[in-house]
Design a protein around this ligand. Structure first.
Ligand code: H2U
Ligand code: ZN
Length: 359
């Protein structure tokens, strides 16, 4: 029988299996600390090539090169955006709904997809770029979002980095997909942040950023304007959330200090990611901000999610299978332990440190 009594108070033991609540999505994650000690005889990832030329004549993202569509890239010197030659969304798609059996619904979904080159240098990654170069990528994200938000309610900026995450090319790049439909995750985060702000009078993620900055145990890097934390409810082993410390609903509203501060925190985070296993750290990352362009959207705090797949080495990943696919997501090491390991990494990229030693 369902009981109506309040849950028993629980004194957490770090190794006790327990579940944690994600207030942004309403989902729970099962935390079973210590499982990483089990032996592993399964798949190991192929390590991506760590040494690349600054220019690759075969790369479809390098300056001056031709692409599959026959178009040729300009000789760009900072960043460069172009419409994806194989887009998943197109502006000319109709909006109608297919009329038929109610169990077989379909709707047209107009939109657009662009590829965002982060640097003309084929051999760089965000982690190895200078802070000013990362700030230029922040500007690119911001400009693209501003332009596309004029037309589309949802603009999804993201990056798939590394073969383990399905990136088709090592040239530093991301993507932006803009759509007339609010995707599922955007709709859930919008609703949860709205309800929280109505009930508590302040934005969920502003309160959360303040709490994590105060507690410190899940913070990886922080400065006056931003912080990167392994969220209390993280699913992926080294998942992080990048949060502004002041109210900021959209990337398009970034102030000067917030722009520089963001570039610094991203660099601090990505260098530590690469240093963790002394190898390029794969991930999918992306930005979530208030939909549209004009509404005040005071309940929203813009934020980036980083979802890296690696678990125990550069070649052994976390698999989202079995219980995760069929019941609830689960993690093996605690978010606190993950944050501590990342925080302990040097702030200098291992490849730069090695170059200094040699030079
Ligand atoms: P990913 O590495 O994250 O897959 O991004 C590369 C994108 O580049 C991919 O979406 C596009 C692919 O469609 N692309 C072009 O637009 N033109 C090309 O000539 C090759 C790849
Ligand atoms: Zn290239």
């Amino acid at each position: 029988m369902a009981s109506r009594t309040a849950p028993e108070p629980w004194a957490p033991m770090p190794e006790d299996p327990h579940r944690r609540h994600n207030p942004l999505t309403g989902e729970w994650v099962l935390v079973s600390a210590g499982r990483t000690r089990r032996p592993w005889q399964g798949q190991e990832e192929r390590l991506g090539e760590d040494r690349r030329p600054a220019y690759d004549p075969e790369c479809y993202l390098c300056p001056g090169n031709g692409r599959a569509s026959g178009a040729r890239n300009p000789d760009y010197v900072t960043t460069f955006a172009f419409t994806n030659d194989f887009p998943s969304l197109r502006p000319d798609t109709g909006r109608g709904e297919q009329v038929g059996h109610p169990l077989l619904r379909a709707q047209g979904q107009p939109g657009t997809c662009r590829v965002l080159c982060f640097s003309p240098r084929h051999d760089l990654t965000l982690a190895e770029m200078a802070t000013a170069e990362i700030a230029a990528v922040v500007d690119l994200w911001r400009e693209q979002t501003a332009e596309l938000a004029a037309r589309y309610p949802w603009v999804q900026v993201f990056e798939n980095r590394g073969e383990a995450m399905g990136a088709s090319n090592p040239h530093p790049h991301g993507q932006v997909w803009a759509s007339e439909v609010l995707p599922r995750q955007a709709a859930i985060e919008d609703e949860r942040q709205r309800v929280h702000a109505e009930r508590h009078g302040r934005p969920l993620l502003l309160e959360y950023a303040g709490l994590e900055a105060h507690l410190g145990e899940r913070v990886v890097v922080a400065n006056d304007t931003w912080l990167a934390v392994v969220p209390y409810w993280a699913v992926w082993p080294f998942e992080t959330l990048v949060l502004p410390r002041e109210p900021l609903s959209r990337l398009t509203a970034l102030s000067g200090p917030q722009r520089t501060g963001l570039a610094e925190v991203l660099q601090g985070l990505l260098v530590r990611y690469d240093n963790l296993f002394a190898a390029p750290f794969p991930y999918s990352m992306g930005w979530h901000g208030a939909p549209g362009r004009e509404d005040p959207a005071g309940h929203w705090q813009v934020h980036a999610h980083f979802y890296p797949p690696l678990l125990r080495s550069a070649s052994v990943r976390k698999w989202m299978v079995g219980y995760e696919m069929l019941a609830d997501v689960q993690r093996d090491l605690t978010p606190e332990e993950a944050a501590e390991r990342l925080r302990a990494q040097p702030a200098v990229h291992y490849r730069h440190a090695a170059a200094q030693e040699v030079g």
